[in-house]
Design a binder for this molecule. Structure first.
Ligand code: BES
Ligand code: ZN
Length: 635
């Protein structure tokens, strides 16, 4: 396919290249991937890859893989195009458990390779070093290991239909090296293509554009072809396969899901075209062509994953009233923040998640109105405050920029503090100027990696107008200091005024709010978040009776209810929790529920162990690793 020919000045281009601003072509007319300069300053050094991109880097990946549902295996060939210094004789790739059968050049001549020592923990895996000589195309014949961390093979019983198996992948952050031999670093962008074969009648989707109709191979299998012609960080390569149907939503969007889920799924995401239009209005053209989604079985370990042209979603966001659609706005927003402009290192994850959380809120405001946006922002703000109170306002991990050494602190910092940083800047300089700045950030750094230092320099160059304004903005403090700067643009206290007073009333005299049925989902969550944590069985029974918490169709509400009930050792909630934990694998729900049980001593711990013995095998590696830690099981 395309070979990227670039001068080595670009391959080796140096650090925080703010001087690039305005010089990159804005046009997307050309399908040719732009070669991004690699940031090589210390803050852009990805310690989670073995790759040495300054010497040799992968520019294109061509996969030819067969899915084997019986053996739960995936294997075939990966052909890599390499851009390397003239004197480079080796290339280093990332591998986590890959079984390498052979490595050859384009002419089929064997190339020597070694797989180094694997790092025991953290999923970094091992370096796969190939002696390529002057070859610049290398073909690797391999199979993914049975327990490849990125992949989850579902039995038919784990699907809604119950008849066919299912497969999905999750690449972020460093899981794709368990099924694709390439340089698995967010700063090393690659175009890719794939040919995937699967047994009939299963359908395959990927985070690339499907090419034509699947080819019938005549042996009960079909071959599907995909192309991603824009350079993407390799964590965004994703696959799903199963008995799935498609519904168009609009001219460039649609949704895939199992046949029995497709109607509910399509109804829930019915605002997608409006969201794309709102997003484009805010920050510029959607550059990826189609925007499709797949609603996966409930084992999917996240709420959503922003795989290009094919967002992956949990079915647990479906509430029947679109109340959890911030999720769709969020994954869509990643088409700019994250997929166009990408954190160069995971310690700058806020550049993806924080900017996206802000952008999500702006889309929600456009599509669902100011009140809902402000309430969702207020929930995010409460999450920051709760987390800071828990870990301390000077805990180093509460800075937006992390060197990667600290513990990750939930979603409060990268997501919510990042969101409130953007919001604060917006309030200080005004929406018009802020939006213009963010739009040019996406345009000028499109298809490039970014760091905190680059964003700071970009704001100083393209946004800040005077030293006095710089002082008011406190940019450096926001990005590099722990805690919450004093200039934070707090949420409107009126957002939850009615709910907060209902909380006070309930706390003082036990009156359960009569207005609950008319409340928004965010209001209900605010109420359940803020009522006194210590509840008797009688009080919990009364709450459940009047608010029908155990019968709710909204899983965010169900989760808060189960958390509250289990924390109070409420027996009737145990079978509900058991059913939920057996069906749902979303880590955000599963991990905290096990943590609550483990916090309840001789009452909760045996329950947690009993349930986990039943459910562990049904969870994705991400969820399993999280719950293993909670239960003290060595990984
Ligand atoms: N990119 C993330 C999911 C992710 C984060 C995967 C870190 C692996 C490592 C995705 O966009 C996300 O943020 N999902 C949230 C959605 C929510 C904030 C609306 C989720 O899964 O809950
Ligand atoms: Zn996200």
């Amino acid at each position: 396919m395309r070979r990227i020919v670039a001068p080595f000045a670009l391959l080796l281009a140096s650090t925080a290249c703010t001087s690039m601003s305005g010089e990159m072509p804005l046009s997307t007319a050309t399908p040719e991937p732009m070669v991004s300069p690699i940031l090589t300053g210390p803050e852009a050094l990805d310690t989670l890859t073995y790759a040495q991109p300054q010497i040799a880097r992968v520019t294109h990946v061509a996969l030819d893989l067969a899915l084997d549902f019986e053996g739960q295996g995936i294997g075939g060939t990966a052909t890599l195009d390499v851009l390397a210094r003239d004197d480079a004789r080796e290339i280093v790739l990332d591998s986590n458990g890959l079984r390498i059968a052979s490595v050859t050049d384009a002419a089929g001549r064997d190339l020597p390779f070694t797989v180094g020592e694997a790092v025991a923990e953290g999923g970094k895996g091992a370096p796969l070093t190939i002696t390529m000589g002057d070859a610049r195309t290398i073909r690797i014949r391999y199979a993914a290991p049975e327990d490849a961390e990125a992949l989850q093979w579902l039995s038919p019983e784990q699907t809604a239909g119950g008849e066919y198996p299912f497969l999905f992948s999750q690449g972020q952050a460093i899981l794709n090296r368990s099924w694709i031999p390439t340089q698995d670093s967010p700063g090393i962008r690659q175009t890719w293509e794939a040919r995937i074969t699967a047994p009939k009648p299963l359908d395959v989707v990927m985070s690339g554009v499907r090419q034509g109709e699947p080819e019938d191979l005549g042996d009960g299998r079909r071959a599907f072809r995909f192309v991603m012609d824009k350079p993407v960080p390799p964590y965004l390569i994703a696959i799903a396969a199963g008995d799935i149907d498609f519904r168009a939503l609009g001219p460039r969007s649609g949704v895939w899901a199992e046949p029995s889920v497709i109607e509910r799924a399509a109804r829930e995401v019915g605002d997608t075209e409006a969201m794309i239009a709102a997003a484009e209005d805010l920050y510029g053209e959607y550059r990826w062509g189609r925007y499709d989604m797949i609603v996966l079985p409930p084992a999917f370990p996240y709420g959503g994953m922003e795989n290009p042209v094919m967002t992956f979603l949990t079915p647990t966001f479906i509430a029947g009233d679109r109340s959890n659609n911030g999720l769709v706005a969020h994954e869509l927003a990643h088409s700019w923040s994250g997929n166009l402009v990408t954190n160069a290192v995971w310690g700058d994850g806020w550049l993806n998640e924080g900017v996206t959380s802000y952008f999500e809120n702006r889309i929600v405001e456009e599509v669902y109105g100011k009140k809902r946006a402000e309430q969702e922002a207020a929930l995010a703000f409460a999450n920051i405050e709760e987390t800071l109170a828990e870990v301390g306002r000077d805990a180093p991990g509460t800075a937006l920029h992390n060197d990667g050494s600290g513990e990750l602190i939930g979603s409060a910092i990268a997501y919510d503090k990042g969101h409130f940083f953007m919001r604060t800047v917006e309030r200080i300089v005004g929406r018009e100027r802020f939006d213009a700045w963010l739009r040019q950030w996406f345009d000028n750094h499109a298809f490039e990696p970014a760091t905190s230092a680059l964003l700071l320099a970009d704001m100083q160059e393209n946004l800040v107008r005077s030293p006095a304004e710089a002082e008011r903005l406190m940019l450096r403090e926001w990005i590099f200091e722990p805690g919450l700067p004093s200039n934070v643009a707090r949420p409107d206290p009126a957002a939850f005024a009615a709910v907060d007073s209902a909380v006070d009333t309930y706390a003082s005299n036990g009156t359960i709010p009569a207005g609950w049925n008319g409340w928004t989902a965010a209001e209900r969550m605010r109420f359940l978040d803020n009522i006194p944590k210590d509840r008797s069985a009688a009080q919990l029974a009364e709450l459940d009776r009047q608010l029908n918490l155990s019968g709710t169709g909204n899983n965010e509400i169900r989760f808060l209810w189960l958390e509250l009930a289990l924390a109070n050792r409420y027996e009737p909630a145990v079978p509900q929790a058991e059913e939920f934990l057996a069906r749902v694998g979303r880590a955000k729900f599963v991990r905290p529920l096990f943590a609550v049980l483990m916090g309840e001593g001789e009452w909760g711990q045996p329950i947690a162990r009993r349930i986990y013995a039943q459910t562990r095998d049904s969870y994705h590696a991400v969820t399993r690793a999280g719950v293993d830690r909670v239960l003290g099981i060595a990984g």
